[in-house]
Structures are given as C-alpha cells and as structure tokens.
Design a protein around this ligand. Structure first.
Ligand code: ADP
Length: 415
C-alpha cells in the first residue's frame, strides 16, 4: 500500500515536472517568438528610418556623401549619383570616385585633421564631376566637409556636401568682365577729353579761337560717346534687374514701331541711298510687349545694318509674320556681313567684330546687340543670326504670339 503510494507520488512528481518542463518550453517558445517579433519590428523600424533619412537626403538639391575614416564612400544621395554621372560610388575610395584630386582635397583634409573644411573649387569642365570633353568653360563647386559627432573610440563618419555654384561663379565673372570692359570703354574718351582740356588750359590754346573751337568740337563728340555708353549700360542694368516692372507689356501695332524708327533713321537712310523694304503680310499685326524696348530692338538692328555698310545702294528688309503660336520678326541686309567665327559672340557685351579700329572710327558702344538680346529674352523670345557676307545677314526673332506673363529676365540668362 505504502509502495503504491510512493510509486504514485513519484509518478505525480514526474508528471508535475513534465508539465512544468512543458510549460517552460511553451513559455520559452512564446518568449522566442516575441523576441523574434520585436527583432523584426526593430529591423523594420530601422529600415523605415533609413528609408526616410535617404528620402530626405535625396530631396536635397546638393550632393551629399557619408565617408568613413578610410575615405570610402558609405552613402551617396541622388544628387551625388547624378553629379558623378551614375558612376558607382558606394564602397569606393573618394580619391577614385572624384575625377579631379582638387575636389577630394578638402574632404581628405577634413579626414586628416578632424576639423570642418569649406572650400571653393573651380574646375575646367573636362575634369569637373560632370566631366564632359565636349564642353568648354568652368564649373564651380563649394565642398563642405565635417565629421559627425560619434561615440568615442568608434571610427568617425564624415559628411560631405558638394554644392554646384557654377551659375553664381559665371555671373560673378560676367560682372567683373562688365566692370572691366565698361571702365576700359569709358577711360578712352575720358583720356581724350582730358588731353584736349590740358591743351586748352595749360598750353594756352584757349586763346586761339579757331583751335579752341576745333578742340571743343572733338571733346563734345567724346562726351556724347560717354553718355551713349552710360545710357546703354543703364538700359542693360534695368533689363537685368529682374524686376517685373522693368518691362511694361501692352499691345501695340508693330507697323507704328517700324514707322518710328524709319523716321529717326531717315537722314542716314537718305544719305546712304539705302533701300528699306517692309514685309508685313498683315499690316495690322499687333505685338504684346514693351513698345520702348521694341523700338530700341528695331532701331539697333537697322542702325547696325546702316552703320556697318556706309556706302550707297544697301538693301535692308524689315519683316514680321505670324507663324502658328509664334510671331517671327526679321531684319536682313545684303552688306558686308559677319564672319562665321564672330557669330557665336556677337551678342556679348562690348563685343565688336572690327577690333582694330582707332577710337575715332568706333561706330557704336558695343552694347547694341546685347540690349537687343536681353530685351527679346524679357519678352520670352529668342534671337538668332545667320550671315553670308555680301549676300544676306539676317537677324531672326521669334516671340510667343500670346501676351507674355510679365517678363522677368532670369539671372542665368545673362551672358
Ligand atoms: P555696336 O553698338 O558697336 O554696333 P553691337 O552690339 O550692336 O555693337 O554689334 C556688335 C558687332 O556686330 C558690331 O561691332 C558689328 O561688327 C557686328 N554687326 C552687327 N550687326 C551687323 C550687320 N548688320 N552687319 C555687319 N556686322 C554687324
């Protein structure tokens, strides 16, 4: 009896242990499952956080890279990938990924010193990250590198921002060139005026009325030239100011604009016995634009044709027609024309084909065509030129037919 009790006690004991072990097993399995669920959730959250971070970094306009202590690229956003033309970046050393060592220099300096580095790099287009052997010119970049704060003892990560500042650089260059050219253009007539003043006052020429009159006439001519340059510079600066109010859009009859300039140029046309033809399939054609600038555009183009061909028998055509959604305007002449090597530069400020003329012979300010181009761009139009010397030199303007939204010249359009 006692034995039976002991045996059943042992049996119950084993059964209890078995149940306990089974429960333990179940609990462990449940715990493992829960841990796994948490691990998956954490991985998922981590991945989501990474995706979110990458999305944010991809939304940046600037190229962004994360670089480890061995100068290997660990992360590159979309802008960086497109900057480097889709080349493989991840895992590559920066020295290998960047085409030009000057671009990597700032970053390597930051890695070596641990100090933040900001530097501007100007590269010829052939060696810039966009590397293009076809294009000439320069690209400018600001490289901003700094170490991210890390737990001590771990390898630090460095973040690099590469900002394309090419358009700012180009604008800056254009401004510098403009100031240099404008100063040069103004210095010459000023020096001439100053020379004659010295003759008149210091050398006593003022006592000789005949000579004094001659000198004063020359001085007046050069003063007028200075005023013309300043006037033209003011027009350009107004057009490039980017202010909407610089261009006043209203409808006007193109024919009346042509009549105005023909009236103003009448004596030149008569003296040169030039033949001016107006081709207007629709004489009532209306342009939506700033009449002041359109008068200036036509005046500059027709005056150029006359100025460049100061002989008798020149033929000039002024034309305007509707072509679908656009209006086409052209001014052509059969004069000396423009050499093909000069054609790409003709709209640049102070650019002249005839570079070797003396001051006496200079026919214009060198700003006429750049005013024309900017005025047309301010009307959302384009201008091109073709020239077969002696046969036909044709300036062709295309503008939208619909009234343009109040035009503002984008800074990047300046060249
Ligand atoms: P400018 O005010 O000195 O005339 P522009 O900018 O108007 O300067 O013109 C630049 C250059 O383009 C001129 O120096 C001239 O050599 C050339 N050019 C412009 N229009 C003509 C044309 N119709 N025929 C020949 N050359 C032209």
């Amino acid at each position: 009896m006692i034995d039976a009790l002991i045996i059943s006690g042992i049996f119950v004991g084993f059964a209890a242990i078995g149940v306990l072990l089974y429960r333990l097993h179940l609990a462990r399995a449940a715990f493992g499952k829960e841990v796994e669920t948490w691990r998956l959730k954490l991985d998922h959250d981590l991945q989501q956080a990474r995706d979110e971070r990458n999305r944010l970094l991809d939304a940046l306009g600037d190229a962004f890279l994360l670089v480890d202590a061995d100068a290997n690229i660990r992360f590159a956003n979309q802008a960086a990938l497109s900057l480097f033309g889709g080349r493989e970046l991840l895992g590559r050393p920066v020295g290998e990924a960047f085409l030009d060592p000057r671009l990597a220099e700032a970053l390597l300096r930051c890695l070596a010193t641990g100090q933040p580095v900001q530097s501007k790099v100007v590269l010829p287009q052939q060696t810039s990250p966009r590397g293009n052997l076809e294009t000439r010119g320069f690209n400018a970049w600001v490289i901003d590198a700094a170490q991210l704060s890390e737990t001590p003892g771990t390898n630090p990560t460095t973040r690099v921002v590469i900002r394309d500042v090419t358009s700012e650089y180009q604008l800056d260059q254009i401004r510098k060139d403009f100031v240099a050219n404008a100063s040069h253009e103004l210095r010459t007539p000023l020096a001439i005026i100053s020379g004659y003043l010295e003759n008149l006052i210091d050398d006593g020429m003022v006592e000789e009325p005949e000579m004094a009159r001659r000198f004063l006439t020359i001085m007046r001519k050069h003063t007028e030239r200075i005023s013309r340059i300043v006037e033209d510079m003011l027009v350009i600066s107004r057009l490039e100011s980017g202010e909407a109010s610089a261009v006043n859009i209203e409808p006007f009859k193109f024919r009346s604009c042509i009549n105005d300039i023909l009236e103003r140029l009448e004596s030149m046309i008569r003296n040169q016995e030039a033949e001016v033809t107006v081709t207007l399939p629709d004489p009532l054609i209306v342009i939506h634009g700033d009449r002041f600038y359109w008068t200036q555009v036509l005046f500059n183009l027709v005056e150029n044709a006359l100025k460049q061909n100061p002989y008798k028998g020149l033929r000039i055509e002024i034309g305007c027609e509707i072509a679908g959604e656009s209006i086409r305007i052209w001014i052509s002449d059969n004069g000396v024309g423009i050499p093909s090597a000069d054609l790409p530069h003709i709209f640049r400020r102070f650019y002249r084909v005839e570079k070797h003329h003396s001051q006496q012979e200079i026919k214009g300010t060198g700003l006429g065509l750049s005013i024309v181009k900017r005025a047309i761009e301010a009307h959302h139009g384009t201008i091109g030129v073709t020239s077969v010397p002696g046969r036909e030199t044709k300036f062709l303007i295309t503008i939208p037919r619909e009234p343009a939204v109040q035009a503002v010249l984008p800074a990047a359009a300046i060249l």
